[in-house]
Design a protein. Structure first.
Length: 200
């Protein structure tokens, strides 16, 4: 598999040759959150945990301008790519009804085991279709550093639209890849990126 990229019709860079669903499934089952390093660790300091909580609080504050929360039921939260479960734990503490989906339960099990009962582990697209078939809708949906990992980002957003309450909000955060510096290095042929680090 090559790491060559092209600009998509939507203006973001994507791999020309994307990993197959089987390759992605194996990666997430065998390696995802199981090797410490990068942006996740085996354990975190209290300061790091506080940072995670504050970042989630900032996202909720930003989204609150667009959300009309229900008064007749608890608000509902969907975390697509729940990872280590920090957002699930945060919204659970606020007494929201929470659902998280992720390819693996390993991250949640190691960092926030109390949210495991709210986590659906498996193929994200299958899990989303199951939620939709069950008539589930959410007031807030979070994709925190997930969109760049899926083979069809636009398709994922379309599927999420059908899970969102009319007065709900979708929060999407992606890395700032291909900045001016990265584009310069790419043009020179000196920029290398992990194949699975950025699928989109």
């Amino acid at each position: 598999m090559t790491t060559e990229v092209r600009k998509s019709e939507y203006g973001y860079f994507e791999l020309i040759e994307k990993p197959t669903p089987d390759v992605l499934k194996a990666y997430y089952a065998e390696k995802y959150y199981q090797d410490a390093g990068g942006s996740y660790e085996a354990s975190y300091s209290d300061a790091e945990k506080s940072y995670f909580k504050n970042k989630i609080a900032q996202k909720l504050l930003a989204a609150s301008r667009f959300i009309s929360l229900p008064t007749d039921r608890p608000p509902r939260f969907l975390d697509v790519g729940a990872g280590e479960g920090w957002a699930l734990a945060y919204f659970q503490d606020l007494h929201w009804e929470c659902v998280g989906i992720d390819y693996s339960s390993f991250g949640c099990a190691s960092q926030n085991p109390a949210v495991l009962e709210r986590l659906v582990a498996g193929d994200i697209y299958d899990s989303l279709r199951d939620l939709l078939a069950a008539g589930q809708r959410f007031d807030l949906i979070l994709l925190d550093n997930v969109l760049e990992h899926v083979p069809d980002p636009a398709g994922l957003l379309v599927e999420l639209k059908d899970l969102l309450e009319l007065q709900g909000a979708l929060i999407v955060e992606v890395p700032n890849d291909f900045s001016v510096l990265q584009e310069h290095l790419l043009a020179k042929g000196t920029y290398r990126q992990s194949i699975l680090g950025c699928v989109a």
